[in-house]
Design a protein around this ligand. Structure first.
Ligand code: A3P
Length: 289
């Protein structure tokens, strides 16, 4: 398993898509004040939110150009995962039009300083840790860039002992908790978006300062339903469509966690984040008990 991962500043990453050279180059990445960053740990719904944000940007661009405001996949902009790829990508990104949109699974202390200095808008996506672990397990076994696991129990042990790519989720949450009062950061949870996608899309557009009509917002919300994203996933994610769009539900953890694992996660959550502002946003008692 270890062969697929390397360590950088104490956190492991998949060697086939990340590299120490890219991390080094990222440190001097110059963010623009109108960049948009989606920050979310693996499996918290980053592809979902990416499509929503990308659609909002594309619809609003077409509108300002006086064109019809619906979009199709070919017209969407690039949204690079900040830390994934070759070290020259940041040079190429200087040529992207404004606003640039990027996604990251990194903790705030590992992001380039210019993101905070230039007050870039950050949408912080959160998902309950039990569903993140469940989704991560299935994903690890569906994708070649990550180590696979013969049993859920083995995976759970690695999840709880900080051995997985992009590090420990509970630590990730407590690190981001230090930033959630900043005015340029908006948090949104997977669960609240599941409960009311139309409202979530509206709030995201308002935070990003993208003025769209009710009809345009509805168009974006409809395109981002699980069913329509899964249906379209062969176009957007090729052969990995079914791996990225698996179940799309809340509480799938109930099908896999043992009593003992539940207790371990509850205890770890209590220790790391339960009492924090960010911890409260997760509504742990509602979604994890
Ligand atoms: P599950 O494995 O629980 O189904 P990421 O994009 O960060 O890798 O997250 C993937 C998770 O988000 C998967 O969870 C996936 O099914 C879910 N997801 C993707 N698109 C979604 C959508 N439109 N609505 C709800 N969940 C979605």
């Amino acid at each position: 398993r270890d062969e697929l991962l390397f360590s950088y500043k104490g956190i492991r990453y998949p060697i086939t898509i990340c590299s120490p050279e890219t991390f080094k180059a990222l440190e001097s990445f110059e963010a623009r004040s109108d960049d948009i960053v989606l920050a979310g740990y693996l499996k918290s719904g980053t592809n979902w939110l990416s499509q929503i944000i990308n659609d909002l940007i594309a619809v609003s661009k077409k509108k300002t150009q006086g064109r019809e405001s619906n979009v199709n996949d070919e017209e969407l902009g690039e949204f690079p995962y900040l830390e994934v790829g070759d070290a020259e990508k940041y040079e190429r990104m200087t040529k992207l039009p404004c606003p640039r949109f990027m996604v990251t699974h990194l903790r705030p202390e590992n992001l380039p300083k210019s993101i905070f200095k230039n007050k870039v808008k950050i949408l912080l996506l959160l998902r309950n840790p039990k569903d993140v672990a469940t989704s991560f397990y299935h994903f690890s076994n569906g994708i070649a860039t990550l180590p696979s696991y013969e049993t859920w129990d083995d995976f759970f042990t690695d999840f709880m002992t900080k051995k997985l790519a992009w590090g420990c989720y509970l630590e990730y949450l407590s690190e981001w908790n230090k930033y959630i009062d900043e005015e340029n950061i908006m948090t949104i949870t997977y669960e609240e978006l599941k409960e009311n996608r139309a409202l979530g899309v509206k709030n995201i557009a308002a935070f990003l300062g993208i003025p769209l009509t009710e009809e345009e917002l509805q168009f974006v919300a409809e395109r981002s339903s699980f069913q329509s994203m899964k249906k379209n996933s062969e176009n957007t994610h090729g052969a990995f469509g079914d791996v990225f769009f698996r179940k799309g539900v809340v509480s799938d953890w109930k099908n896999i966690f043992s009593e003992d694992q539940n207790e371990k996660m509850d205890k770890a959550f209590e220790e790391h984040v339960a009492g924090t502002k960010l911890g409260k946003k997760l509504k742990y008692d509602l979604y994890c008990k």
